[in-house]
Design a protein around this ligand. Structure first.
Ligand SMILES: Cc1cc2ncn([C@H]3O[C@H](COP(=O)(O)O)[C@@H](O)[C@H]3O)c2cc1C
Ligand SMILES: O=C(O)c1cccnc1
Length: 348
């Protein structure tokens, strides 16, 4: 598992400098394309090119079940994880539709749903187990299982680089996974269960109160791991969060820009940066999830999300919507005329 701490490649600053210079020459008042300018400059730097691109997108949705679901922390039953995997494969889920719209490659990876599905096209089977154990009173997974899950993420990126992907979007599906995410945020950022626990798929106030207690219990049980990110991932789960962490790390190591989705994906992004700080430069945070806790998390990470649409779905859906902004940013950067080319007078 040594690869996870290997730093990302050193980048030549000339591409960033060229991109900044080009933005200043395009036919617009300086800075008037706002964050779109920044996005293009960042992509040029990350991709080490004069012509940044966001059109080759690889999406992987990691699916797994959670032992913690037994504690009644989700508004939906656990079977939904596997049922949604079938929906991903047949094209009916939000991420399936958005992937098609973006012309992106979509892989669904079973890293540990409860009951294995038959082999079928579009489904990658790389199972770390049949769901995690209940993290309330013991480790969610073994060290070996953590390695299998991280490696599943590594494999997704190996395939994405073979396809020449420029952008990676990770998604997750796992009923009860907002509970694991909340507990991980508390342990990694020093936040309280009240600050990080929300409605998930739609709990009422009593449900949120109960879930907050469960998060508190998970933190207590695994208190001794302090800020040891790998140990916390292993003990608080889940397989899909670990797989996303591995994928983010290896994507950055391969120079792929990463669009991070919502509340659950952000915890994997946090784990990836804690394990390998050089990953941070490669992250674009797509949106502020409506899940209670995401705002304080993004503030703690000093990250400004691109969108705020009240989304709280997961699957990579918010990241897929935000991909359109990256595409627009690159198209503007590459195709607008300069003041000289268009014979437009520059600022007085
Ligand atoms: C039909 C359906 C589709 C989904 N797609 C993503 N999630 C989202 O909901 C789950 C997390 O919420 P909680 O912790 O409350 O269970 C994850 O699977 C997440 O991706 C879904 C949830 C449902 C019900
Ligand atoms: O923001 C998310 O990723 C999210 C929030 C609630 C439920 N599922 C996913």
């Amino acid at each position: 598992m040594n690869w996870i701490t290997t730093p990302c490649l050193n980048r030549d600053s000339q591409y960033k400098e060229y991109a900044i210079e080009r933005q200043s020459q395009l036919t617009k008042p300086p800075g008037s394309l706002g964050e779109l300018e920044n996005i293009a400059i960042r992509l040029a730097d990350l991709q080490q090119t004069k012509i940044p691109s966001a059109s080759d997108i690889s999406i992987a949705v990691f699916a797994a079940d959670h032992g913690i679901a037994k504690e009644g922390v989700s508004a939906f039953p656990q079977e939904v994880t596997a049922q949604m995997v079938m929906n991903f494969l047949s094209g009916g889920a939000a991420i399936s539709v958005l992937a098609k719209q973006l012309n992106a490659n979509l892989e669904i990876v079973d890293v540990g749903i409860l009951t294995p599905l038959p082999e079928q096209s579009g489904l990658i089977i790389e199972r770390a187990g049949a769901g995690t154990e209940n993290a309330i009173n013991g480790p969610a997974m073994t060290e070996d299982q953590l390695e299998i899950a991280l490696t599943a993420g590594h494999h997704v990126i190996e395939r994405a680089t073979e396809r020449d992907a420029k952008i990676f979007i990770g998604g997750e599906m796992g009923i009860a996974n907002t509970t694991s995410a909340s507990a991980l945020y508390c342990a990694l950022l020093g936040l309280t269960p009240e600050e990080t626990t929300g409605a998930g798929t739609g709990l009422d106030d009593a449900g949120i109160q109960h879930k907050t207690k469960v998060v508190e219990q998970i933190i207590k049980t695994h208190h001794k791991w302090g800020g040891d990110t790998k140990a916390l991932l292993q003990h608080m789960g889940g397989f899909e969060i670990a797989a996303l962490t591995g994928a983010y790390i290896h994507a950055a190591q391969n120079g792929l820009a990463i669009i991070v989705d919502g509340f659950i994906s952000s915890v994997a992004a946090l784990c990836s940066v804690k394990i390998n700080p050089s990953v941070n430069d490669y992250l674009f945070f797509s949106h502020l999830s409506a899940e209670h806790g995401h705002q304080i998390v993004l503030e703690s990470l000093k990250q400004k999300p691109l969108l705020d649409l009240g989304m709280r779905l997961g699957e990579g859906s918010g990241a897929a919507v935000a991909a359109n902004l990256l595409i627009s940013a690159c198209t503007l950067h590459n195709q607008m005329a300069t003041f000289a080319e268009a014979a437009v007078a520059t600022q007085i």
